[in-house]
Design a protein around this ligand. Structure first.
Ligand code: APR
Length: 182
């Protein structure tokens, strides 16, 4: 039985991480946006958008439904891959948002397993523009990964890339560890 994978929260710009895949909090078009989506596309260069446009589903005019995930190359990023997932927009919590957010983490793990990835980094999906309450979202993230990581044994490390101190504190509390002191 291999040791449990390392899950930790870091105050870091996700585009700087040299991991097998960084996760993009995208939208259903996968054609870029603001926030971390914009930062990833800026750092990856135009080849990332070109690859997203060329994804079979998108070529057929099919969007990436909320909760699903698609994998591309990392292009100019240090990360080898980008796994794009569309998180739910927060509408108060009675429109299936928790289930859809959990599906984002599960579907990212499914692609990580399929591609034999070892190291992953997640932003706080839906916690920016999409307005998901931070602590509810980080609880779903950690709980869903604890449930699904055993099914993806190649994954040995997961980084929660926190852009703000509030996000770092939320993940650190959820993970039960002391935040990385500045
Ligand atoms: N590294 C790590 N985290 C980041 C970075 C970065 N470079 N930039 C932003 N973040 C954080 C935000 O601070 C927030 O905690 O990522 C989290 C998610 O926020 P958003 O990027 O706004 O994503 P989301 O809330 O899921 O909204 C997605 O925004 O950018 C558009 O195209 C995107 O329509 C989609 C929507």
């Amino acid at each position: 039985m291999s040791a449990a994978p390392l899950l930790h929260a870091l105050r870091v710009d996700i585009t700087t991480l040299e991991v097998d895949a960084i996760v993009n909090a995208a939208n259903e078009t996968l054609l870029g946006g603001g926030g971390v989506d914009g930062a990833i596309h800026r750092a990856a260069g135009p080849g990332l958008l070109a690859e997203c446009r060329a994804l079979p589903q998108l070529r057929a005019g099919v969007r990436c439904p909320t909760g699903e995930a698609r994998i591309t190359g990392g292009h100019r990023l240090k990360a080898r891959h980008v796994i794009h997932t569309a998180g739910p927009v927060w509408h108060g919590g009675d429109s299936g948002e928790p289930q859809l957010l959990a599906a984002c983490y599960r579907n990212v793990l499914a692609l990580a397993r399929e591609h034999g990835l070892r190291t992953l980094a997640f932003p706080a999906i839906s916690c920016g523009v999409y307005g998901y309450p931070l602590h509810a979202a980080t609880a779903i993230a950690v709980q869903t990964l604890h449930e699904t990581l055993p099914g993806a044994p190649t994954v040995r490390e997961v980084v929660f890339a926190c852009f703000g101190e509030d996000v770092l504190q939320a993940y650190s509390a959820e993970l039960g560890d002391e935040p990385d002191l500045p």
